[in-house]
Design a protein around this ligand. Structure first.
Ligand code: NOJ
Ligand code: MG
Length: 556
């Protein structure tokens, strides 16, 4: 096992077992971050070259979306081999170099692990296809006989999360199940070999310096499929809060993570896990327990409107839940799966279904409704300054520090997301938040790489590039940098006190007299007393303008 602390370059990383509790984590979607070799795809060397930039942001850790060998049928969440690097993205040696550079800059690394499904090119799946029905090779996945005389009909009418059927025939009367794209066959987690192999993978990356794991679809691995499968309508009618739904959030999924925890604890400091678990908020803390993964994503603020009461309830609820589990919560407004928050906040309030509302706008090519770009960014910055002041860890998605908008008008022929192809076309998919990063004001791909970008970048990327914003007072980039630096100085324990205020205002205090005040309304309100440390927009003359957050220091 590699002891990172033996190396002097890692002196910045103290053996603090709690480093993750209030970490600011920057998500890198590797193929869209920086392309070092000119193949149009971002790569690990690209990341290594940008470590000074990451360091200048003041983040504590990077979460790296999948970089494993993959046909990219689902942006890398279709993994061919869990213990290697995609040759398009680099080599294991490049990975080691990247870890060395990150750790040398005091930045930890969380890698993405995808346990629910492999890709259809994984050696296990190839073996399953080459092996007969009932064979041990098929037992690693979820194969079922089809219905009809010769198994020509799917075992059930289930619909996959990305649209289209959730079963795919293999030509001998059997079908395999896939929650997502057909290139992502689901594993059977009752299979001991599957379990053991993932423990090996966790050790493999931990030994190479990974500090933690983001666990993809953590709530989906355990399944219990009865002989007679329920219909999709019957499944939809089942409640998901009892731990007994045949597919989602089953109680026994935690047995898997208890085993993972034992592996995490073999390391010093213990490796950490953060569950991507879209479950009932009341059941989230099970994933976050110290006997399990340790932390779980909470997407509640991401799904909320820009509205103080919703923010307050969500914050209070999640802090209490996490404390109850002995964990700390996570906050996030943007990631590689959702419409970027500068754009979400540029659209009318979303009501019940964030995804549908964002998709309706994407389907119009970004013209209906007309996005209020300036207002969207103003609200996004105000919301971000709340997030970065909250106890718990905060996740920042590459490009949000530039105020990047969602790209809505990607031509159909350039789209890559399987949700677009499988729906088909009814869902525009997630390409608009995965457009390669702009580093420079001009050039073919705005400095992403020497040979263009794999998704078209809009002209506004030049003005929003790192080069255009670097050192510019009031730019979104400098706004993030200041916030992240101050967060480091100001964060102490994980408590927060509410201060009652105007109904449009959210006001809380952290220890050390750190006051966080947001005016969610559009009219100015009186600025509370205190030294102004930071603000999401211009603040003058003793008033707090609408849609603005300030950080103040005050003795009270
Ligand atoms: C969640 C990931 O964030 C998403 O990008 C992916 O498509 C699905 N899981 C399936 O792996
Ligand atoms: Mg490349």
């Amino acid at each position: 096992m590699t002891d990172l602390l033996e190396s002097p370059t890692h002196a910045l990383l103290a053996a603090d077992p709690d480093w993750w509790r209030q970490a600011a984590v920057y998500q890198i979607y590797p193929r869209s971050f920086a392309d070092s070799d000119g193949d149009g795809i971002g790569d690990l060397r690209g990341i290594t070259e940008k470590v000074p930039y990451l360091s200048s942001l003041g983040i504590d850790a990077v979460w790296l979306s999948p970089f494993y060998p993959s046909a990219l049928a689902d942006g890398g969440y279709d993994v061919d081999d869990y213990r290697d690097v995609d040759p398009k993205l680099g080599t294991l040696a490049d990975f080691d170099e990247m870890v060395e550079a990150l750790h040398g800059a005091g930045i930890r690394l969380i890698v993405d692990i995808v346990p629910n499904h492999t890709s259809d090119r994984h050696e296990w799946f190839r073996e399953a296809l080459a092996s007969p029905k009932g064979s041990p090779a098929r037992a690693r996945y979820i194969f079922r006989d089809g219905k009809g005389e010769n198994g020509e009909l799917p075992p059930s009418d289930w619909v996959s999360t990305f649209g289209g059927p959730a079963w795919e025939p293999v030509g001998d009367g059997q079908w395999y199940m896939h929650y997502f794209a057909k290139e992502q066959p689901d594993l059977d987690w009752t299979n001991q070999e599957v379990r053991d192999d993932f423990l090996k993978t966790l050790r493999f990356w931990s030994d190479r310096g990974a500090d933690g794991f983001r666990v993809d679809v953590a709530h989906g691995c355990a399944k219990d499929l009865p002989e007679e499968l329920p219909s999709q309508a019957e499944l939809d009618a089942l409640e998901r809060t009892s731990g007994t739904h045949p597919l989602w959030d089953r109680d026994e999924v935690h047995e898997i993570y208890a085993e993972w925890r034992n592996v995490f604890n073999e390391y010093d400091p213990p490796r950490v896990g953060v569950a991507e678990a879209w479950v009932d908020p009341e059941r989230r803390s099970r994933y976050a327990s110290a006997e399990g993964l340790g932390q779980a994503f909470n997407f509640d603020l991401l799904e909320a409107d820009f509205e103080p009461q919703q923010f307050r309830e969500i914050i209070a609820f999640n802090l209490a839940e996490a404390a109850g589990a002995g964990s700390s919560t996570t906050w996030v407004f943007s990631n590689h799966d959702v419409v970027r928050h500068a754009t979400r906040y540029a659209l009318p309030p979303r009501g019940e279904d964030t995804k549908k509302a964002g998709n309706a706008w994407l389907l119009s090519g970004g013209t209906d409704p007309v996005a209020d770009v300036e207002g969207g960014l103003r609200r996004a910055r105000a919301a971000t300054l709340v997030m970065l002041a909250l106890p718990g860890s905060a996740y920042v998605y590459q490009g949000e520090e530039l105020g990047l908008p969602e790209v809505a008008d990607i031509p159909d022929e350039a789209r890559q997301d399987p949700t677009f192809f499988r729906s088909p076309g009814v869902d525009k998919g997630r390409d608009g938040c995965r457009v390669p990063m702009p580093w420079t004001t001009s050039g073919d791909s705005y400095g992403f790489g020497p040979a263009g970008a794999h998704l078209p970048q809009p002209a506004v990327y030049g003005e929003l590039s790192v080069e255009a914003q670097e050192g510019v007072a009031g730019s979104t980039l400098e706004f993030y940098r200041t916030a992240l630096r101050l967060r480091h100085e100001l964060q102490t324990d994980e408590t927060l006190d509410w201060i009652e205020s105007d109904p449009h205002v959210l006001h809380f205090r952290r220890p050390g007299g750190w006051h966080v005040v947001t005016n969610f309304g559009t009219e100015p309100v009186a600025l509370p007393a205190g030294e102004l440390l930071h603000s999401s927009g211009p603040v003058e003359g003793g008033a707090l303008p609408g849609e603005t957050t300030v950080w103040l220091r005050s003795a009270e």
